[in-house]
Design a protein around this ligand. Structure first.
Ligand SMILES: CC(C)(COP(=O)(O)OP(=O)(O)OC[C@H]1O[C@@H](n2cnc3c(N)ncnc32)[C@H](O)[C@@H]1OP(=O)(O)O)[C@@H](O)C(=O)NCCC(=O)NCCS
Length: 147
């Protein structure tokens, strides 16, 4: 099994839509289609800070990481927020998620970004086992008001 992580390409659209739908289903979320379309468009828009890395397993896209960079008040350089990480159910447990995270760590170092961070649900034991192998949680709790 060969895992290759790379920048997303326009020809990945159909495959990504399927993975995105499975990701939303995993969270039990239904998003308005225009939001999904806007997310897809923004990863190719140079004015947007959103970007996507995809993992190909034996030539087929089986996972993705959607991220964005932003400024911070405690840092000089940008930092990178990993918003969405997903691996196709049939490809899990084979190092694809780790390959996507390793790729982001390298990318941050190459670009000179100050930090990489992400959130997960407290009860997402599978994801947390992977994340705990990189760094301990910083213990922050999120507050979010939706408008
Ligand atoms: C979390 C997720 C991305 C991990 O992807 P993955 O490709 O299965 O992960 P990997 O194969 O790289 O596993 C890495 C580590 O995670 C742990 N892990 C993976 N699958 C596991 C499982 N089924 N049970 C227990 N631990 C598991 C192992 O500790 C593994 O460590 P190892 O590399 O030493 O073997 C994937 O399970 C997923 O997409 N889940 C649904 C969406 C989700 O939860 N996204 C994260 C939201 S924050």
């Amino acid at each position: 099994m060969t895992v290759v992580v790379r920048e997303v390409r326009p020809e990945d659209e159909a495959r990504w839509h399927k993975l995105w739908a499975d990701y939303l289903a995993f969270y039990g979320v239904s998003l308005a289609p225009d939001i999904t379309e806007a997310t897809w468009r923004r990863v190719f828009d140079p004015a947007s800070t959103i970007f996507m890395r995809v993992a190909e397993v034996d030539g087929e896209v089986r996972g993705f990481a959607l991220c964005l960079t932003h400024e911070g008040t405690w840092i000089r350089e940008l930092e990178c927020y990993l918003e969405d990480l997903f691996v196709d159910e049939s490809a899990r447990g084979q190092g694809v998620g780790r390959a996507l995270l390793d790729d982001l760590v390298s990318l941050c170092k190459t670009k000179g970004w100050a930090r990489l961070y992400w959130h997960t649900e407290e009860g997402n034991a599978t994801a947390r086992k992977l994340y705990d192998s990189y760094i301990e949680s910083d213990g922050l709790i999120r507050y979010r008001i939706k408008f």
